[in-house]
Structures are given as structure tokens and as C-alpha cells.
Design a protein around this ligand. Structure first.
Ligand SMILES: *Cc1c(COP(=O)(O)O)cnc(C)c1O
Length: 409
């Protein structure tokens, strides 16, 4: 079964109780039972059933099973946001005294979270490079996980997942990958060697810009050693499922960041068209990048362009696609603003992954509180414009950008 067929007819598309074609929205707080014995069985996990939406809900289960199948995982847990997913995933394996190795140039919210975790005694070591030479000296007995984005936004650095997971596994450490900008359409981190994949579903998975959400997918192959990963010691008996079971029955349940049932429904609807949207988005982004690249005084960064430092990864890891994000430098902040303000079809918004093309000037928004050096490490300069390419007709998009750029000269 190929990707688009799997989206609609995969094994996770289950028969619903009243033969609904789509997952029904189970918009309730709690579930009622005929007898106390029945509810006791549900609570003690002796029978399948739902009790309370924060702990489990059939609409959430539908979404979790679908994304787990698409990523090639063993199970998934969906959360109220991408940040809730990253928080829960980290807290399921790290406790006070533990260390994380993370790639610098992460999503701003993730960097802030990792700084917040310092107060809980979880320390993060940031590294620009994720090579053996850079990583090995940073690993010690406190290191409990390596965290990185598959395709970073907006720097567009691609993670060499086979290489980094190989190094991590040599030391008994799992690799957690934020694959928000890649999506399983472009590539599946778990199949490349990652152990856990995380998404902000608010972006491409939903696609319609109508709900915040996040999800954690477990590969189910990592051999947890609870002498090392002490946070999982009570879950030792579950072996390779220790992480997902602690996550679901402990951290996720108790942090209280479940996805709203209606958001799970909307994200399932979005997922149906993920393949079509991503194909169109990647094709549009490639064409727009090539057009912009020919304009005077414009410097474009996009993965499929020959001069991009991560160009080689497009065929090696990304199945020929460059994703939906590109950036370009306009020469000055003033010119960048002028270009943005005169775009006709393109919306100014601080989001990515929408079917509508969105632009932003990152230096004056997303990076307003970031040190210049850190900002430039993320590929953002005073004159950088970030474009999240949508599904509009490419002729209209290129015309819009050409006009805006030429009028700004
Ligand atoms: C948006 C985003 C997040 C955070 O997700 P929210 O749903 O906004 O909480 C995390 N990682 C990446 C790469 C993102 O783009």
C-alpha cells in the first residue's frame, strides 16, 4: 500500500461502533458503566474501556493509531500541543540530575522549555554539530537522551538520523526526533533509526490551521536499561514498552495535557490529505525557491537548491523532497518589511504548515528575545523572510513574489 492509500485505508482505519465513516467525536468528560465491577476492571487495565477523557478517549485513540501506523511506530500518545508533547516525552525519561544533549537551532519554544527544565535539575548541553566527533565528548553517565529536529526551522539543517542514532545506541541512549517540518510523507525517522518521534500536529498534520495539538510516537525497539534510565525503574517489567507505558499511565495522565477530542477529529481529517498537500507544498516550494533565486539582491535558502549545505540529504534521507519552508534575505530589514507588506495572496502569520502561504520576518517576531549569535545560528538575519509555502497555484504565488520584490527595489 502506498502513502495516500494507506492514509485512507490503512490498518488503523477501524470500524466504528455505529458504522461512522470518520472517527466520531467523543465529546464527553467521562464514561458511564452498568456496574462498579466493570469500572474497576477498566481502572485496573483488566478490560478495554474508557473512564475519563484526560486518561483516554476513543477519538484520541483513532488519531493515535493512525499516526503510529504512518510513522511505523508501536504506539502513540497525543497531547494538547506540540510543546505539551515535547514536555511529556522528556519528563517520561529524565529526572533531576539527568542530562539531555540537544542540537542548537531548535524551535524557540523547545529552547525555552529546556531552559525551564534546568530549574527541575534537568540539564541540557547544546551542540551545533551532530557528528561523532562533536557528540561523543558530551556523553556521560548522566546523559539520558539526544534531542534534535529532523529538518530544523528555519535553518533547514537536516539531521543525519542513521549516524546520530548509531552513536546514541552505542552508549545506550535513545534519539528523540521532532519531525514536525518533515512529516511521515517526506520520511519516517523511526525507520531511519530514531527511537521516538514527536510532532506539533498544529502544523502540517492538521494542515488547515484549525487546532493546536501534539503527538509522541514510540518506535518500541529501544532496549531500556532501567539501571541507567532510573525514571523508568518502576516500569522495568514492560521491557521495550517501558517508555510508552510510563508516558501514558503516569506522566501524560498526570501532567494533564491531553488533546481535545474535537482537535483529534480535525487532525484526523487533516491527515486524510497529508500526502496530497505535502506533494503540492514541496513542489510549490521548490518552484518558488528557484524563481526567487533569480531575482536581484535576493539570497534564497531551500534544501533542493544546489548551493544549500544540506542539499545532499534531499535524496539520501528526504526522498527527494525539500519540505515546505524556505527563507530568503532581502538585503535589509526595511526591504524585507516592504516585500512582506506588498504581498497580495500571502498572509502574515506566525505559523507554518498551513495550506495557505504564510510569511513572517523572524528577527522581529519569533527571535525578538534571542541573542544575535543564537539567531544567526538558526539561519535568521535582520533581512531574513521566512515563507511557509501553501497549496495555491504556483503561477499566482510566483507572480505575487516577483511583483513584491521588484517593487521593493
Ligand atoms: C510549532 C512547533 C513546536 C511547538 O508546537 P505547538 O503545537 O505550537 O505547541 C515544536 N516543534 C516545532 C518544530 C514546531 O514547529
Amino acid at each position: 500500500m502506498q502513502f495516500n492509500t494507506q492514509l485512507l485505508h490503512g490498518k488503523s482505519i477501524v470500524k466504528n461502533p455505529s458504522k461512522e465513516m470518520l472517527p466520531p467525536i467523543s465529546q464527553v468528560t467521562a464514561y458511564q458503566y452498568e456496574s462498579m465491577e466493570e469500572l474497576e476492571k477498566v481502572f485496573s487495565h483488566k478490560s478495554m474501556g474508557y473512564a475519563y477523557t484526560r486518561i483516554g478517549n476513543p477519538t484520541l485513540t483513532s488519531f493515535e493509531q493512525r499516526i503510529s501506523e504512518l510513522e511505523g511506530g508501536s504506539g502513540a500518545v497525543c497531547c494538547s500541543s506540540g510543546m505539551a508533547a515535547i514536555s511529556a516525552a522528556i519528563l517520561a525519561v529524565c529526572e533531576s540530575g539527568d542530562e539531555i544533549i540537544a542540537r542548537s537551532g531548535l524551535y524557540g519554544g523547545t529552547i525555552d522549555l529546556l531552559h525551564d527544565l534546568e530549574k527541575l535539575g534537568i540539564h541540557t548541553v547544546f551542540t551545533k554539530d551532530m557528528t561523532g566527533e562533536a557528540l561523543k565528548p558530551l556523553i556521560n553517565e548522566k546523559t539520558k537522551l539526544i534531542f534534535a529536529e529532523f529538518i530544523s526551522n528555519p535553518a533547514l539543517q537536516v539531521l543525519d538520523i542513521p549516524l546520530v542514532s548509531g552513536i546514541a545506541h552505542e552508549y545506550g541512549i535513545p534519539l528523540f526526533v521532532d519531525s514536525t517540518t518533515a512529516t511521515p510523507f517526506i520520511a519516517k525517522p523511526l525507520l531511519l533509526g530514531a527511537d521516538v518521534v514527536i510532532h506539533s500536529t498544529s502544523k502540517y498534520l492538521n494542515g488547515g490551521g484549525n487546532s493546536i495539538g501534539g503527538v509522541i510516537v514510540d518506535g518500541g525497539k529501544f532496549a531500556w536499561n532501567t539501571d541507567k534510565h532510573k525514571a523508568l525503574s518502576e516500569f522495568k517489567k514492560y521491557g521495550k514498552a517501558a517508555f510508552i507505558i510510563r508516558l501514558r499511565t503516569d506522566i501524560w495522565e498526570n501532567l494533564g495535557g491531553c488533546m481535545a477530542p474535537v482537535n483529534a477529529f480535525l487532525t484526523c481529517i487533516g491527515l486524510d490529505t497529508l500526502g496530497l498537500r505535502m506533494e503540492r507544498i514541496c513542489d510549490n516550494a521548490d518552484k518558488l525557491a528557484r524563481t526567487l533565486n533569480q531575482l536581484k539582491g535576493i539570497e534564497v535558502s531551500y534544501l533542493t537548491l544546489d548551493n544549500h549545505p544540506y542539499h545532499d540529504y534531499v535524496d539520501r534521507e528526504l526522498n527527494g523532497y525539500g519540505g515546505g519552508i524556505l527563507t530568503f534575505r532581502a538585503g535589509s530589514k526595511e526591504r524585507a518589511f516592504k516585500i512582506i507588506n506588498s504581498l497580495k495572496y500571502v498572509m502574515i502569520a506566525s505559523n507554518i504548515g498551513d495550506i495557505r502561504t504564510l510569511v513572517i520576518h523572524p528577527a522581529s517576531t519569533l527571535y525578538i528575545r534571542t541573542e544575535k549569535e543564537e539567531m544567526e545560528a538558526a539561519g535568521v538575519y535582520e533581512d531574513t523572510i521566512r515563507v511557509s509555502v501553501g497549496i495555491e497555484n504556483i503561477e499566482d504565488l510566483t507572480e505575487d513574489f516577483i511583483k513584491a520584490v521588484s517593487e521593493s527595489e
